[in-house]
Design a protein around this ligand. Structure first.
Ligand SMILES: [Zn+2]
Length: 492
């Protein structure tokens, strides 16, 4: 009796068996015998007109029947028949991956008439097609952050028809977001980003489900949220969340599509140890000490850059879902917008990685504030009247005609945006501070300020060590001044 070997992708249709005994004198009869035993297989192997599907190859021993007599090809009892499914136009990175991708064709949701019309430009591409679009509909993606990267990610993934999007964000839309966070509009300023994002994405595609999580992702809640999704996309802007997202994704065996941006530079990769690649910790075992790497809020970012990197992340997520192409797993893509150049680095899995290595030491989520060297609430220094002055207090003293020397420790380009020159403020950037202390008189009442209060706190320490006593730090910086004292001033 001849046997047919069943590919992994189709085994669940035959009760898990690798081979099935069949009867018949030629391939056509053998396949009839197979589908008589397992009627579910019929739609996988044949099209509506009963023709063998063109991505299903049949071999008799080591010969393709297309080079013999097709379904008339005679068979003997001792022959071994093999079904080899392939994906049309596909270039999946390994046979196992291709098989896995193919296996997902079972139990996929159908598309309704409106969805077929909406996704027609996908449906006519062999690499996506009806099957790929149904995979997209079945898929779920978690976006961590609805800001710069989250904007293009949300817009394109919603438009592409990813069936379920989760968004984690607890921030509020600010005027300074609009230069790059194209998910939000001017009318949304002051609204929670999550509400604004859900409104915009539901308008783009009402056929998808969008779930919002209006809180910070933390060790206590990350596993529960991340576990609900197939793919995690990291659109965060701080190291604590970046390591948290990496660790939780690895612990749960989920792909983590990574992107980061700063000024004109971008990075993207896919971290997926379960898929054979490294994790973020293999690349960066430890975060830089706080303050060493400036954030986009301090250093700025070209508004277009998150668009480019976010769209690359979205592309990688869609490729993972439809099982096509070569993923960025094991590769770090570097983008330089000034040179308009892409560069690629090979990423290797580190056998000594504490998370995904051979002897992992991280088996549960840790305290990421501590890991990143950030004291809890470090961004809000204790409200000690001794060393701080609020904008209202400073205004009161100035109005009373008190002589106060205001020193702005920001950068010259920030001074150009907004300054307190009307009150006699002088610019001494923090970096020049140690060399320019002689310009200050320790007998004067000095108030130091920057954008938000962090850099001026450092300048305060420098002056204090030098022996200055009559110094204060403006609490909340010039932004707080603009909020509390002079609302006509621009904020950035
Ligand atoms: Zn690792």
């Amino acid at each position: 009796m001849p046997t047919i070997s069943i590919p992994t992708a189709l085994r669940q249709q035959v009760g898990g068996d690798a081979t099935v005994n069949v009867q018949g004198n030629n391939i056509g009869e053998a396949l009839d015998s197979l589908t008589a035993q397992f009627p579910e297989l019929k739609k996988h192997l044949f099209d509506a007109s009963g023709k063998l599907r063109n991505f299903v190859n049949i071999y008799v021993n080591d010969e393709d029947i297309r080079y013999q007599q097709l379904e008339e090809t005679p068979i003997k009892d001792s022959d071994e028949i093999s079904i080899i499914p392939s994906i049309a136009g596909g270039a999946a990175s390994s046979e196992a991956e291709a098989a896995e991708a193919y296996a997902r064709t079972t139990d996929l949701p159908d598309l309704n008439k409106e969805e077929v019309a909406r996704y027609s430009r996908h449906l006519i591409m062999p690499e996506v097609g009806m099957e790929g679009q149904r995979k997209l509909k079945a898929a779920s993606i978690l976006l961590v952050g609805a800001g710069g990267l989250g904007s293009p990610l949300g817009l394109y993934l919603a438009a592409a028809g990813v069936g379920r999007l989760g968004i984690v964000d607890f921030d509020v839309v600010d005027h300074s977001n609009l230069q790059r966070q194209v998910l939000h509009g001017t009318k949304d300023v002051g609204r929670p980003k999550l509400r604004s994002a859900i409104d915009r994405l539901s308008d783009i595609n009402p056929h998808i489900q969008i779930d919002g999580y209006e809180f910070a992702l933390r060790s206590e809640n990350a596993l529960a949220v991340i576990n609900e999704y197939d793919i995690i996309i990291d659109g965060t802007d701080n190291f604590q969340t970046r390591y948290l997202v990496n660790d939780a994704s690895v612990l749960l065996g989920k792909p983590n599509v990574y992107g980061s941006i700063f000024r004109f530079d971008g990075q993207a990769s896919v971290f997926y140890p379960k898929g054979g690649g490294p994790c973020y910790r293999c690349l960066y075992p430890e975060p830089p000490p706080p303050g060493l790497v400036p954030s986009c809020a301090e250093g700025g970012v070209l508004g277009i850059l998150p668009g480019i990197i976010g769209v690359i992340q979205a592309t990688e997520a869609i490729k993972l879902i439809i099982g096509q192409g070569e993923s960025l797993i094991g590769r770090l893509l570097l983008f330089d917008a000034l040179k308009m150049k892409f560069k690629e680095l090979k990423l290797r899995r580190n056998p000594g990685c504490p998370l995904c290595g051979e002897n992992p030491t991280i088996k549960e989520l840790i305290d990421y504030d501590q890991f990143c060297g950030i004291a809890p609430h470090a961004e809000q220094p204790p409200a000690a009247d001794e060393w701080e002055i609020t904008p209202a207090q400073l205004k009161e003293r100035l109005d009373r005609g008190e002589r106060v020397t205001i020193i702005d420790v920001r950068e010259p380009h920030e001074w150009q945006i907004v300054n307190l020159e009307n009150y006699g403020s002088r610019l001494i950037p923090l970096g020049q501070f140690p060399n320019r202390i002689n310009e200050l008189n320790s007998e004067d009442e000095i108030v130091l300020h920057c954008k938000m209060g962090g850099r001026s706190a450092k300048a305060y320490e420098v002056l204090k060590k030098t022996g200055f006593k009559k110094i204060k730090n403006l609490k909340g910086g010039i932004l707080a001044w603009a909020d509390q004292v002079d609302r006509s001033l621009p904020k950035y």
